[in-house]
Design a protein around this ligand. Structure first.
Ligand SMILES: *Cc1c(COP(=O)(O)O)cnc(C)c1O
Length: 273
């Protein structure tokens, strides 16, 4: 894993690789007490001709910087982030599955690790990257997903931190996911917090609906995570002649859509039943 630290109001300077191991934290670490942390998720893949590819790592780096700003944390520069990811992936080359068999999932994190009792930004920060080989995210393989449309719990609300990969966004949805899985669903589809009428996203994936030549996806307005996959699909779909609409998508539109698809780095692309 890769570790780099810095103090509040300072810049990250230099990190290093070390063996994957537990990290030591003060019980009063900001991240443990107040959830001051953001993470990223990306993949390294092996190609047929033996190269190793990352997908738009600069986008993840930029998103971490944006999230860090929202959570009052210093963050590595775009170049520091990308160099650290490359270093970590190359040190773990032997764990990258063969082409078509899976990927090496890369998990960068930025955590407020310094001790702080009062509710304020931590005095010290740690940027850390660890990796793990992965196969399919959903147990369905490539079969369509059954999503539970959640009407009680919301994932994010206007003015909150739903638009950034803050660690505080994920434990609160475990209840909804557990409930959905207990009922035989694969995941949860969240609706907007105010009207409970418009699509937001799935627990860690964005959603698109397709009707004829038009692809629609909920607009990002601070409650939806701006996925790198989402952005890439929008660009590619336009190149292929589709009309792409980023707008409010009512849940009722699912009924007469030709197709619905959820996607993220974790699961790539998934059809919805
Ligand atoms: C990470 C994440 C996504 C997908 O983002 P990608 O950059 O495409 O992997 C979508 N929604 C949520 C809530 C996420 O945390």
């Amino acid at each position: 894993m890769y570790v780099m630290s810095c103090c509040k109001d300072q810049r990250f300077l230099k990190g290093q690789l070390c063996r994957y191991a537990n990290i030591e934290l003060s019980p009063s670490a900001g991240v443990l007490n107040y959830g001051q942390g953001v993470y990223e998720g990306m993949k390294a893949n092996r190609t047929q001709d033996g190269r190793i590819l990352l997908f738009r790592a600069d986008q993840n780096a930029g998103r971490m910087r944006h999230g860090a700003e929202r959570m009052c944390m210093p963050s590595p520069s775009i170049d520091q982030f990308i160099d650290a990811v490359k270093e970590t992936v190359s040190a773990n080359k032997r764990w990258i599955p063969p082409p078509g068999k899976g990927s090496l999932y890369v998990r960068p994190m930025l955590l407020g690790t310094g001790p702080i009792l009062g509710l304020a930004p931590a005095p010290e920060y740690t940027f850390l990257i660890y990796v793990s080989p992965v196969g399919y995210y959903f147990k369905e393989g490539t079969a369509p997903l059954n999503l539970y449309i959640e009407e009680e719990y919301v994932r994010a609300s206007p003015g909150g931190a739903g638009g950034v990969k803050s660690i505080t966004n994920y434990a609160p949805v475990m209840k909804a996911i557990t409930k959905a899985k207990d009922r035989g669903f694969s995941d949860v589809l969240y609706l907007d917090a105010i009207n409970k009428k418009y699509l937001e996203e799935v627990s860690s994936c964005n959603i698109f609906i397709v009707k004829g030549n038009v692809i629609s996806t909920p607009a990002t307005n601070g409650t939806i995570l701006e996925g790198v996959t989402r952005k890439s699909i929008i660009e590619i779909a336009k190149d292929h002649g589709y009309q792409v609409e980023e707008r409010s998508v009512a849940v009722d539109e699912l009924v007469d859509a030709d197709d619905a698809v959820v996607e993220s780095t974790k699961n790539n692309l998934f059809p919805v039943k």
